[in-house]
Ligand binder design. Structure first.
Ligand code: GLV
Ligand code: MN
Ligand code: MN
Length: 400
């Protein structure tokens, strides 16, 4: 059947974003639906048994579904204007690994499944790893169902219009019991493998990270008629917070703080905004410094707001503590892959959410640009092939 490069080529047009560049594929939008349908066709062409769970994650079973399975997969959604590899590489490598194993006559002795998670990036409803958080009960089901996209549609409504029933959203003990071990292959989102001159790594840890919405409230007004001394412009404290975030992260070892999204309301060139919503993404190696960075920034946001006669409300939209992947499992995989190096990552993953429940591991494939969440994200065809082979080897060992 097809290797990972042919499979990626087959979806290269789906969700291509002409305006932003790269890909915009968000849960249940046209592009993501098309990818889901494509995945189901590909899985069925391999005689895998496909089902969608209560939380909109897709499972494709090699043989009968069963407990203590070896499960591999990733996601098909993207950030706005994202790269071609973040998510899809793990999915196509899983399909390709099944082909590699079939071609050599392998028959799994443990159940084996490919799993595609819903809304990993939180690109539409704001909470990353929503499918795996729901599956594990890491997010309250009612809260998840009520999450709204930028046009006001709730996750539950979007699920219904996709044809799925949101009434049984939430922790799925039966599905979780099925996962004996989980392995996610992912494009590397840094230059660790370039520096080490290796094609494939295993993951050691994920930074503690979360997302916070700062809503600055001021007085909407006329850009020409309002004296500077009379203004309560929420864009001022918002922009001060952008700078403060950079300063705060620079003061924390391994810290990162990003404002990648800022929405003034109503958003007119000649209008002083009445509110500005700004999302802070903050990360660091440990919970304490991530939390204290955000507390400090909330404090200064309030000072910046009062100096302009504005107010600010801060809402935590998601959080995940530091993940240390199971060291025994990680070393076992590394041993199978010519002592693949172990790399930590600053990016969140469904494997990190699952790691609290089941032994979970990740394989990273070299990214020569080191760039991710942008069109320049890349993996060379030979490295994608090496990644799929590495995954096949891991699955063969775990399920054989
Ligand atoms: C997901 O890719 C994240 O780390 O935000
Ligand atoms: Mn991502
Ligand atoms: Mn990803």
């Amino acid at each position: 059947m097809a290797g990972p490069n042919e499979l990626l080529a087959a979806i290269a047009d789906v969700g291509a974003d002409r305006r932003r560049g790269g890909y915009s594929r968000h849960v249940f939008d046209d592009a993501e639906r098309e990818l889901r349908e494509w995945f189901v066709e590909q899985a069925e062409a391999r005689d895998l048994r496909v089902s969608t769970d209560r939380n909109a994650n897709i499972w494709a079973w090699w043989g009968d579904p069963g407990d203590d399975a070896v499960v591999t997969g990733s996601h098909l959604d993207s950030v706005p204007g994202g790269g071609a590899f973040d998510g899809p590489l793990g999915v196509v490598s899983a399909l390709s690994a099944v082909d590699i194993l079939r071609d050599k006559g392998f028959r799994p002795r443990r159940p084996l499944a490919v799993l595609v998670f819903a809304e990993e990036e939180g690109g539409r409803f704001g909470v990353p790893c929503l499918g795996s958080r729901l599956l594990t009960g890491t997010i309250d089901a009612d809260k998840a169902g009520a999450l709204r996209d930028p046009s006001g549609v709730t996750f539950a409504e979007a699920m219904r219009s996709f044809g799925a029933d949101p009434v049984r959203l939430g922790r799925d003990v039966e599905a979780l019991r099925r996962i004996g071990q989980f392995v996610e292959l992912h494009v590397e989102q840094g230059r660790g493998l370039v520096d080490l001159d290796r094609p494939v790594a295993v993951a050691s840890s994920i930074l503690a990270h979360g997302r916070w919405r700062f809503r600055f409230r001021g007085q909407g007004n006329h850009a020409g008629a309002t004296l500077i001394s009379d203004r309560h412009d929420p864009m001022l404290p918002a922009s001060q917070l952008v700078l403060a975030a950079r300063r705060a992260a620079s003061g924390v070892a391994g810290g990162r703080a990003t404002v990648g999204r800022l929405v003034p309301n109503p958003g007119g060139t000649n209008v002083i905004a009445s509110t500005v919503d700004l999302w802070l993404d903050a990360r660091s190696p440990d919970d304490r410094s991530t939390r204290s960075m955000v507390e400090d920034l909330s404090g200064v946001a309030s000072e910046f707001a009062s100096a302009e006669g504005c107010q600010v409300d801060v809402t935590e939209e998601s959080y995940g503590g530091t993940v240390h992947f199971d060291a025994v499992f990680r070393d076992q995989l590394s041993g199978l892959l010519d002592d693949a190096p172990a790399l930590s990552t600053g990016a969140g993953h469904d494997a990190g959410i699952l790691a609290a429940e089941v032994p979970a591991a990740m394989l990273f494939v070299r990214n020569p640009t080191g760039i991710s969440h942008a069109p320049e994200e890349h993996a060379e065809p030979d490295d994608c092939t090496a990644g799929a082979r590495a995954l096949a080897r891991v699955l063969e060992n775990l399920a054989g």
